[in-house]
Design a binder for this molecule. Sequence first.
Ligand code: GRG
Length: 288
Amino acid sequence: MSDQVTSHLADLMPSEWLVPTSLSESMNYSLMAGGKRLRPLLVLSACESLGGNQEAALEAACAVEMVHTYSLIHDDLPAMDNDDYRRGKLTNHKVYGEATAILAGDALLTHAFYNISQMHRKYGVNAESVLSIIEELSEMAGPRGMVGGQIADMEGEQGLTDLAHLQYIHIHKTSDLIVFSLLAGGRIAGANEYQLQALRTFGLKIGLAFQIQDDILDLIGDENKLGKKTQSDVEQQKVTYPYFIGLDASRTEVEKLTREGKEALLSADLNDPSRLLEIADYLLNRDH
Ligand code: GRG
């Protein structure tokens, strides 16, 4: 499935005849740099769970990967996280310069909306559903979603004091795009309101579990790097889930959220939720 996504991403890039080479190279560089393709897999699997059109779902799957890739390019910039490496390669701005990296991110974001807007004409997806998908992507990637989560995170670095604030950041920075992916797949397949609600709950729960697991893996990575420091020494380093509730309780929380997410899904009368359930288990058990 993820190879299919990578190959369709290449097909969806705007023709090199029409776009300055530096821009298309910079967009391609980050899109083709690897990554788990988690969000596209969620779109495809949600659509599959209801027996929907996989070709149309592939379009939305690629669009959400473009939005995710834009967010990573911008997150790595000197004005934000100032990272030199991403997905094992130099970050976009290290290769193409800051200005081009900013524009590559902008272009991926806008091009994602373009591709979604074509789903009615190209694949006959109901126009009302396309409109809802556009509405949900604007909401979940925008100021009330991922961008809101990102700024709350940046401001939180000066003094993140409670778990509710951290949850707000995790839900918007991470879960929102995951929820979007599931809803988009569901909408393409004609999900009813009850099924959409179940997909939303599943996404919120596994999105939060995914981010807490990320916090845990980060902490374990730091512990290994720091050698013999005690667990509580390490927990003081970064304001994450383990910082607030400890490592064991964080692990329990990941298991609980995954279980609740799967229960919500199983209550929704989907034709075949098996791949979505597998993804939830994969996220629970991942070690990188
Ligand atoms: C710049 C608007 C803006 C937002 C940035 C995505 C993001 C928001 C920041 C990246 C840092 C981070 C840890 C975000 C939480 C979400 C997350 C775990 C992203 C990484 O997603 P993966 O693990 O990445 O799916 P790959 O590379 O596998 O696609």
